[in-house]
Design a protein around this ligand. Structure first.
Ligand SMILES: C[S@@+](CC[C@H](N)C(=O)[O-])C[C@H]1O[C@@H](n2cnc3c(N)ncnc32)[C@H](O)[C@@H]1O
Length: 202
């Protein structure tokens, strides 16, 4: 499928009815999701015939873009309901796991099964450090590679941690993540956050 076709298809993915700010529920746009998956597939061959997971899947846009996801995990049952509906709409077969990735050891059952993790974790704005917990777990679980979005301001810290964990971390792109006015405390129409698109691999 061509990049533009994929982006077009993703416009039909249903998003959060009532996004929960404490869980940092921001949707990856079809524009970004299509480019993330396209890069992972066409440049690195990390998607086709691979078992792929999304940690903090939300409504499942990254999984819908890859068509290969085995296990989508999120803390929010409302998000998983929408993700499951999207899954039926796009005729995808996905295992969903309701789990708190910061606490629950259930994620370990996927040990040695998952090849690639593609995720847009919470940035840690509301729950400090959650971004690094997601990243560390993803690096431990994925046999192959982890693709993840993080605030550019955390880049140096992540590069240092990647070294400690014994993985290579490459900044594939600097992106603008557009957060629309979704929550009551938002004063501006939308805010662009500078975000790194990272690939971590052993
Ligand atoms: C920035 S959103 C990304 C959603 C979706 N992956 C996307 O790309 O549109 C982060 C997601 O992580 C989930 N989340 C937040 N804290 C979590 C936790 N402790 N365990 C599991 N999921 C969590 C939220 O419910 C939310 O769906």
């Amino acid at each position: 499928m061509k990049l533009k076709e994929l982006e077009g298809l993703l416009q039909d993915v249903a998003v959060f009815d009532e996004p929960k700010i404490h869980l940092e529920q921001y949707v990856t746009t079809p524009h970004l999701a299509s480019r993330i998956l396209f890069t992972a597939h066409s440049v690195y061959d990390d998607i086709e015939n691979k078992i792929v997971a999304d940690f903090g899947c939300g409504c499942g846009i990254l999984r819908t873009a890859s068509h290969q996801i085995f296990s989508d995990q999120d803390i929010d049952p409302d998000a998983l309901r929408i993700a499951s509906d999207n899954c039926s709409k796009f005729e995808l077969s996905v295992d969903f796991l309701l789990t708190d990735l910061t606490l629950d050891p259930k994620w370990q059952k996927n040990d040695n099964i998952i090849d690639t993790i593609v995720m847009n974790p919470p940035f840690g704005t509301k729950n400090k450090g959650v971004d690094m917990i997601f990243l560390k777990k993803a690096v431990e679980v994925a046999n192959n590679a982890v693709y993840s979005l993080h605030k550019t301001s955390t880049r140096e810290h992540i590069l240092k941690k990647a070294k400690e964990w014994g993985v290579d971390c490459e900044v594939l792109a600097e992106l603008k993540f557009d957060i629309p006015n979704m929550y009551k405390f938002h004063r501006r129409k939308s805010v662009d956050i500078q975000v790194d698109f990272l690939r971590l691999a052993k």
